[in-house]
Design a binder for this molecule. Structure first.
Ligand code: TMP
Length: 222
């Protein structure tokens, strides 16, 4: 892990509002003079985007859990090398929409592969490149899932991203369980944020958590 920069990830179950909140935080950080680099998992790079399409296309319903695990880390290894590490060494704040905690919760817990197998794969793919802070938005799982499914139906313009949304409610409840387990074992890094209420209220909760870390990063102007 590099000493420079600040690495923050957003996590949450489907429809938790994390992508909206990440956009709001990026705006606020840039308005206060910080250099921000963004990433998304799976995705983030050209190669990662191709991997994302394979992972989320409902046509691949038969994908084995281990294939899914390895593809998640294949995208992340590319993002680590191409996006995250260079940005951190420039001293940027890097915000990523999902990182390894998603793999612990979705593949480790919900698919049943176990945390140990996910962590072993992580070491191979990205070493110890973990966020300094993780913001996990917690909402009602069922309501979030309906929102995400509705959004996918509306967005269906050729490439569908519904393979994970199509999993059962029980699967997504297990994802939430996975996140809670991580929060219990790493309370300093992994913060569960109440995702209910208006977006600006949630954004304020996030800002209260992020602001204390900002004194350690330099601003674009300095
Ligand atoms: P999202 O970008 O809309 O959040 O969608 C990504 C989907 O992929 C979401 O259902 C969570 C899932 N996912 C995993 O199962 N494991 C992972 O490691 C990551 C990054 C995402």
């Amino acid at each position: 892990m590099t000493d420079r920069g600040l690495f923050i990830s957003f996590e949450g179950t489907e429809g938790s509002g994390k992508s909206t909140q990440m956009r709001l935080l990026i705006e606020r950080l840039r308005n206060t003079g910080h250099r921000v680099t963004e990433n998304q998992e799976p995705g983030g790079t050209r190669i990662g985007t191709e991997i994302r399409r394979i992972l989320l296309d409902p046509v691949n319903a038969q994908m084995a859990s281990t294939t899914e695990l390895l593809l998640m880390f294949a995208s992340r290894a590319q993002a680590a090398e191409e996006v995250v590490l260079p940005a951190l060494s420039r001293g940027d704040i890097v915000l990523t929409d999902r990182w390894t905690d998603s793999t612990l919760a979705y593949q480790g817990e919900a698919r049943g592969l176990g945390f140990d197998r996910v962590l072993a794969t992580q070491r191979l793919a990205i070493g110890d490149l973990l966020p300094h802070l993780t913001l996990c938005l917690e909402v009602n799982v069922e309501a979030g899932l309906s929102r995400a499914r509705e959004r996918n139906r509306k967005l269906s313009t050729g490439t569908s991203e519904g393979r994970m949304d199509a999993q059962s409610l029980e699967f997504h409840m297990r994802v939430q369980q996975g996140y809670r387990k991580i929060a219990a074992s790493e309370p300093d890094r992994f913060r569960i944020i109440d995702g209910s209420g208006e977006p600006n209220e949630v954004a304020e909760r996030i800002w209260q958590t992020v602001a204390p870390l900002l004194r350690h990063v330099s601003r674009a102007a300095s």
